[in-house]
Design a protein around this ligand. Sequence first.
Ligand code: GLA
Length: 692
Amino acid sequence: MSILFDARDRLWLLRTPATSYVLCLDEDDAPRHVHWGPRLTLDQAKRLAELRAALADTEADPGGEELSVEGGLRYGVPSLIVRYGDATRGVEWRFLRQRIEDGHLEIVFTDRRYPLEIALHYRVREDSDAIERHVVLRHTGQGPSIEILRLDSAAWTLPPRPGYRLSHVVGEWGKEFQLQRGALACGETTLTSRAGITGHAGNPWLMVDAGEATEEHGEVWSAALAWSGSWRITAFRDLKGRAGWSGGFGHEGLTWRLASGDVLETPAFAGLYSADGFGAISRGWHDHIRKHVLPAPDRVRPVVYNAWEATEFDYDEALQLDLAARASRIGIETFVLDDAWFGTRTHDAAGLGDWWPNPDRFPKGLGPLIDEVRRLGMDFGIWVEPEAVNPDSDLYRRNPDWVLHTPGRRRTESRNQLVLNLARPDVAEWTHAWLDALVGENEISFLKWDMNRSFSEAGWPGHDDPDRLWIDHVRNVYAIIDRLRADHPGLFIEGCAGGGGRVDLGMLARVDQVWASDNTDAAERVAIQHGYGQIYPACTMGAWATDSPNSMTARTHWVRYRFHVSMAGALGVGGDLRAWSEDDLAWAAAFVEQYKRARPVVHGGAQYRLGPEATQYVSADGREVVVLTYQPSALGRTPIPLRLTGLDPAARYRDQATGDVHHGAVLLTHGVGAGLMPFDGTSEFVHLTRVD
Ligand code: GLA
């Protein structure tokens, strides 16, 4: 049984394949954290709870609440801040009931005096160490509304240890997912997005270790939030060595009103512990996301061609036809038409919102291009940005009140755009209708859903609880995508937000892959992909090989290096194929071919980081191994052969390219090849298959 309840001690023991999670009720009915780490028996858990309770008795503020509230001598990070109709704040817990069903635990409390019901939810599974948690609030009375000033999905508590470190990613447009690892400061550290989308500046996950974890050893605690709007995670540490974090949707300063009978449900915040270092934590997340988050994990991620970097806004049907013909010759599976196919969108200042083919560019509609793409043996994909509008558009001229706005304030534009208020049911319904028609009336198998605008002047005139839009906008985006998927089962969806601005477990529950960054410079991409892969699996990471010199950085790279870097994700090609030499096109075709053979291993296998610039993938049956090695710069490097991991020392493995047969034991102890040549931008791709 994966969840045990001890009624006498009022203690719950949750078990995953390799970990345990324990909580109990204290004498005031508050839910207290006991343990998150290696497996414990019920007896061990009960004894630990006694010890913890004895220690807690000596503390004014024992901390460690499963959802920290205000009241009494609590001064830590509150996960829940409420104000009742009479201006009273805080929560006094009273346990009502609990329910265990199919790996799901629900513990329901109420405030002792006010009609606020708080349900804590936990979910464990037999094939994942991730524990998913969320909270549901309910106003159970008849009286005035309850104001919710903060509602996190969960608070997570770690055992007291010296030297806690925090790992997370920071970034900006073109430089997403830069991994940071450093001391977790005593006090509070907040990671957040106030942008209405997940954002480029950070990403809603963190890892905390006791300062001694390495790639393959040591305890690491981590969590990732399934939310694609504003979010906040506050990590804390004190002088007693206590640490933890609380996190959820929304940023500070937003309030939601809970009227009589209303329910507010948070997104899931999943936690994952491993005793085997950062590598095991990443593999745990990759597995969990593939098994339990992605909507269609086994669907083959097609090799796309996307002409955005080649054309930007400047193209017509003839040019797209030309590029499609070239793309088909290098083995592309899906041809994607990016921005600027609709309305008067010939630059970024007009037409967004007018979702019909631009009559100058596509005089007979999209049909001829789609037919030709399909005749060439490729599927057809198209770019949309459903949440934004150019003021210079028919849509905005007709419906100026459809955007987020506040009377008396300016409507700040960014990229000449405003944000449509998708929290409004009518706007959401209209959005679904045009997308449904676009996909249903054309043979479109791939949708790139972009979102290039952060929220501003985020008002909802006339609504009596306007901050709801921060939640409802995201929920309606989810609902539209879910409905499109349900009604068009073959549709493949790529998420995007000015590059990698909306990557999270909430998006990944409804899109197949995401565009990780507009920066396609292979050297920079190595660091971006390193940060991305800390949590998110390779099969979700859109990665194009593009032109040299690169359009963003002007850096030049060999075609081999550009492809090798992109082959670590869901490969695409994004260059101007008209300018590629015959040689490069032949190489491109060969790499695409090689990638297609390696794709099941890279996308479905276990990923081992052999270093920041070398990654190995091992198929589930252990029979296939792919190794990708990069050297953005050769300065100061000595060419050392790379030792592999996760192989059977007694087995032999054949190199698919050379036919050479290697012993597992030799690969494990001495490595493969002679190391990279002493040049900048060099790389190796090795695909091994077990022979016996
Ligand atoms: C964003 C995306 C790009 C491209 C452009 C189009 O920047 O990240 O890939 O689609 O929008 O305007």
